[in-house]
Design a protein around this ligand. Sequence first.
Ligand SMILES: Nc1ncnc2c1ncn2[C@@H]1O[C@H](COP(=O)(O)OP(=O)(O)O)[C@@H](O)[C@H]1O
Ligand SMILES: [Mg+2]
Length: 579
Amino acid sequence: MTNLFRLFAYLRKFASFMSFALIFLAISVVLNLTQPKLIEWAIDSGITAGIVRNLVVGGVGIFLLGIVGNLANLVSGYLFIRSGQGMAHELRGSMFRKVVSFSFINFDKWRTGELMVRLNSDVNTVRMFVRMGLFMIAQSVVMIIGSVIFMFHTDVRLASIMALLMGGTLAFSITIVSFLRPLFLKMRAKLDDLNNTLQENLAGAKVVRAFNRQSFEKEKFELKNRGFYMMAVKIGYFFSIVLPFMLFIGNFAITLILWVGGTEIIQNYHAGTTGFTLGQLIAFNNYAMMAIFPLIMLGMVLNFISMASASAERIFQVLKEKPGISMPENPVLPEKIRGKIEFDGISFGYGEGEDAVQDVNLTIAPGEKIGIIGGTGSGKSSLASLIPRLYDPRKGIIRIDGVDIREYNPIELRKKIGIVLQDPILFSGGIRQNILYGNPEGGESVAEWAAGIAQAMPFIDEKGWDSSIGERGTHLSGGQRQRVAIARALASKPAILILDDVTSSLDLETERNVTKGIYEKLDGMTVLIISQKIQTIKMSDRIIVMDKGRISGIGTHDTLIQDNEIYRKIAETQDEFIH
Ligand SMILES: Nc1ncnc2c1ncn2[C@@H]1O[C@H](COP(=O)(O)OP(=O)(O)O)[C@@H](O)[C@H]1O
Ligand SMILES: [Mg+2]
């Protein structure tokens, strides 16, 4: 519930819309409420008294009130829609900005499908709540209070009976709602699950087919699909009780009013006394309907409240997510980075897991070309990811140019560090657009320079700079994707370049040319090349051998072959390097 109130912060911008919406709504309700009184007057002083003029005046009055009242209702509805859509727009924007600010740690926690449901479906639910829910609540409450006042004004005894009935109905609605809220939360979680499965399946569509796992995936999806369906049916069951029950209460009320009010009129008629009139009975009946039906609506709206508060909770969970990387209070702007990197007693692990990197002490000189080698899972990628603060270490300090990297503005820091991840993700669009992704102003010369070093020119010449590369770059081969990704990192002209096993799909000659270009043409740029292959890193100024998260040796190719057991073993398996 508190989350629902926090939503109002997002409605603040639309406060004037909302106030006018409420004013117009009040006008429309008040005009509606005066109708039965006019009907009473038209019957008692027109029909019963036999005066045609009063009947005509009453009739025309009811008609005009109807027109004005409904116009006011229309304006109010429009303003509610504006506010609801406006709030949804703000919420989606805030959530997206939040997700963009997520670091790797946050993404390790959140699943894609789940975020998509929250940004789409949950935002829609709270929007509907503003549009329908608030509108209906305001309308119902004013309507109910107004009709109760008029009922008591018309006949106290009948009004008391109605008040009792209404109290019971409201209690029933509230009970149902308290049952429904947890169910709505569960249904949303099922929807998350369903979407995650779908999202993963679509993203991995080719793998699924390559392994002929369609039927397995179908079953997996069916399981989630059924889970969602069963939950929705359960909720539907509760929903289906509400309306008939409420309508029955309405019918019961009419019967009571006719019976109690009618017998009184008949008694008066036989006794020849005046008292409760036919006009009053009809007016009272109208008021009773005006009170009961909003009550039914209120029952439905209370469901809206439970749905919306469930969704609001899920929205604020995203908005409240703490960024995995803290922002320094007085960030240092890295102006010109020379590229000296120091690892000082670094240990790091994921979540609660064991250390993936342990006790690393290492100083890399500006412009130095470093190779990192080691078996899979030895912590190479983890170590590299610490430099641009994709993750923060558990222990120790990393300094760049002598400054603790936590003191830099992380966004500015990352602009100076080009990192190409193991699994390069490209965006749909042209090759040029992808290469200039981090440096859109770079222009032709930068794109060509970067593509040249990355050995991407041969296939770019063939395909053209602006040919579409498909979603996530699927129209390119693995090796071509890797080269575009390398060029993309180079095009930002970083001070530090990190290549994480990104030459694995290249043929030997292309790979040799890429590394040669990087080592020879990037004077002054600090470069870390991670690879499982000795030939890729052989020419490095220094090679770091990683083993089980620790540095097992540092040296050149020649010294490591001499005195590092692990390095020698790797070299032996890649036999062309045995002299
Ligand atoms: N995002 C992650 N969450 C949890 N554990 C991870 C994650 N990434 C890597 N690991 C674990 O950290 C260890 C080191 O992995 P990594 O640095 O990727 O090794 P390498 O790059 O040398 O193959 C491995 O045990 C791996 O399972
Ligand atoms: Mg790796």
